[in-house]
Design a protein around this ligand. Structure first.
Ligand code: HEM
Length: 425
């Protein structure tokens, strides 16, 4: 197959495209139809296969031995950016070494450290605490008297508090973690980026990521040391005191473990809840259906994840000669997994551009798939269900009170503003 025309695909590599509602969907619909598995040659980047179909995303994700995460950057980065990362790390293509940047056998061992603690039957132990946080956050709706920016005031702070409590970060440090998360994932967004950022400079993203890594390293190094001395009932104590292959976790990997929980552990949940509210406010039939039958709430949460797809991609590199959907893949080839595309794939989902509560089989790839599938998925589902359970019985009307706004980011992003007008009973 021919490479994808650069004019068509280059916007996918540009954070600004993700801030324009519908732009990425339109681009990816064309890619799925005309270039379902083809190479993008975008100036400044190594060539990437764009994996746009649901089935191919699952196929790549299922074979972690063939399609690896550690040998090249696990996320999209320009060549100049990758060179800078290698200079920072002494040759490693990834600044962070969290689970998403590990391969087996290491990956399995590190994943085991928190697997039990985040399993579906375990996360329910946090339910009472989460419900308390949800009620406290939703009390802002009473105080705001009918109009609020849902994204800023509720969907961002709520999962932040949930996950940081579970990790064991004290409340006075939550604003610092939120700021670092925004710098990391929204490095190119004019409202959320680190002050002084120039998104046009390809060195900017790794420079920002390095600053964030160093701050998180400082912060979590002392928390880990403290928990080694005085373990508590929290996730950071498990990381601090675990053994992997007969030894404590290696330093960069332990810091990165804390970092992924403390950043991805709330940002993607926040974007999902913000997108779901945006849809509710614009779709009165959906709101009425949910009000009429609260037993559809789990379906609403699940469809909300398919709908929001806050994680826009991960990148894998091929370890050997293989074929994918009939195409020859060479060792070292890079594959860009487009979760937004997989979640709108017409061959997997009926009416993919409709938010539906009646999907009988919702096999979305919003949480990824295979060996790296989201470790926090059960916590994410639980906290989203609790928030809506607390809100919906009281919410009698909701509509947009202005234009929603999306974050400018090619990796993890969603709405930064969802102004709504509402009535409560
Ligand atoms: C709606 C919310 C969330 C979404 C959409 C989401 C999405 C994702 C995606 C797409 C991946 C990559 C999977 C792959 O490569 O196949 C991932 C991995 C991961 N997520 Fe989430 N996530 C969410 C919430 C959370 C939460 C709440 C936590 C922490 C408690 C978390 C922790 C992780 C971790 C540790 C990984 C790495 C797993 C691995 O590589 O083995 N996520 N997530």
């Amino acid at each position: 197959m021919q490479p994808i025309p650069t004019a068509l695909i280059a916007p996918l590599f540009n954070p600004a495209t993700f801030a324009v509602r519908g732009a990425v969907d339109e681009l990816l619909t064309t890619v799925r139809r005309e270039y379902p598995l083809a190479v993008a040659e975008v100036p400044g980047y190594d060539p990437h296969w764009i994996v746009s179909r649901h089935a191919d995303i699952q196929e790549v994700s299922r074979h972690n031995d063939l399609f690896r995460s550690a040998e090249r950057s696990a996320t999209l980065i320009p060549q100049a950016g990758e060179a800078l990362v290698r200079a920072y790390t002494g040759g490693d293509p990834n600044l962070f070494r969290s689970l998403v940047q590990l391969d087996n056998p290491e990956h399995k061992e590190y994943r085991r450290v928190l697997f039990q603690a985040l399993a579906s039957q375990s996360v329910t132990r946090w339910e009472t605490g989460i419900r308390r946080i949800a009620r406290a956050q939703l009390a802002k709706l009473d105080a705001a008297e009918g109009a609020i920016d849902w994204a800023k005031e509720i969907s961002a702070p709520y999962p932040l508090q949930v996950v940081l409590d579970a990790i064991g970060v004290p409340i006075e440090d939550h604003p610092k973690i939120l700021r670092l998360t925004q710098w990391l994932f929204s490095w190119a967004d004019p409202d959320l980026c680190r002050p002084g950022t120039d998104p046009a400079n390809p060195a900017q993203q790794p420079q920002t990521w390095k600053i964030v890594f160093d701050e998180l390293d400082d912060y979590f190094s002392s928390v880990l040391a403290e928990r080694r001395a005085h373990p508590r009932d929290d996730l950071v104590s498990l990381i601090a005191n675990a053994e992997v292959m007969g030894a404590p976790l290696e330093h960069v990997r332990a810091i990165s473990y804390c970092a992924i929980l403390a950043t991805a552990g709330h940002d993607s949940t926040a974007h999902t809840t913000a997108s779901a509210m945006w849809e509710l406010a614009e779709n009165p039939a959906l709101f009425a259906a949910l009000k009429a039958d609260p037993s559809r709430l789990p379906a609403f949460v699940e469809e909300g994840i398919r709908w929001a797809m806050p994680v826009k991609h991960f990148v894998r590199s091929a370890s050997t000669d293989t074929t994918l959907a009939g195409q020859a893949i060479r060792p070292g080839d890079l594959l860009y997994l487009s979760y937004p595309s997989g979640n709108r794939d017409e061959s997997e989902f009926d009416a993919p551009f409709q938010f539906r509560l009646d999907r009988t089989r919702n096999r979305h790839v919003g949480f990824g798939y295979g060996g790296h599938v989201c470790l926090g998925q059960h916590l994410a589902r639980l906290e989203m269900r609790i928030l809506w359970e607390e809100l919906l019985p009281r919410l009698t009307a909701v509509e947009m009170a202005g234009s929603g706004r999306l974050i400018c980011s090619e990796f993890v992003s969603g709405p930064k503003s969802v102004p709504v007008r509402y009535r409560l009973n």
